[in-house]
Design a binder for this molecule. Structure first.
Ligand code: CDP
Ligand code: ZN
Length: 159
């Protein structure tokens, strides 16, 4: 088999006085995501999908959230570190598909910028990436605007 698939999921809480970063793009929104790192829930889901496909654990094992080195860490840098690691050395990205689940803000207008950012981090093209926003029809924690969830699947191809 020359392909490997991985799944990633993440949730972060929305609070005041934090930035809202999704795939490294800052959203103009009154609340932001809480976390030890910059809490970019979309990049965390992608990172876990990449690691899952490579059979290389998860983001929490690579970058423990009690390690002061990763306080307010740029999640893009963490993803680049994973992509440059020995574990990923023999793989390239096939494609990425992602769902960002939140009642607000609307994701769609920022999708092109998010794809561009993510493509750079993953050493692939924007055409290999799909990003979709979805509400939960005001149901549950995402529907009440208490947090944002993200799901991603990544296909890796052996080079
Ligand atoms: O219509 P359906 O229930 O499938 O989807 P929705 O959750 O009501 O969202 C309608 C459309 O808004 C989606 O197809 C996305 O294109 C967009 N959307 C978005 O850009 N950002 C969100 N946070 C949620 C939805
Ligand atoms: Zn996270």
């Amino acid at each position: 088999m020359n392909i490997k698939i991985g799944i990633g999921f993440d949730v972060h809480k929305l609070v005041e006085n934090r930035k809202l970063l999704l795939c490294g793009v800052e959203f103009d929104y009154p609340l932001g995501l809480l976390g030890h790192s910059d809490a970019d829930v979309a990049l965390h889901a992608v990172a876990d999908a990449v690691l899952g496909a490579a059979g290389a654990g998860d983001i929490g094992q690579w970058f423990p959230d009690n390690d002061p080195a990763f306080k307010d860490a740029d999640s893009g840098k963490l993803l680049q570190f994973i992509m440059a690691s020995n574990e990923l050395a023999n793989y390239r990205i096939g494609n990425v598909d992602m769902v960002i689940i939140c009642q607000q803000p609307k994701i769609l207008p920022q999708v092109p910028a998010m794809k561009e950012n993510l493509a750079k981090l993953l050493n692939c093209t924007a055409e290999q990436i799909s990003i979709k926003g979805k509400t939960t029809e005001k149901l549950g924690y995402t529907g009440r605007g208490e947090g944002i969830a993200a799901q991603a699947v990544v296909l890796l191809e052996k080079v």
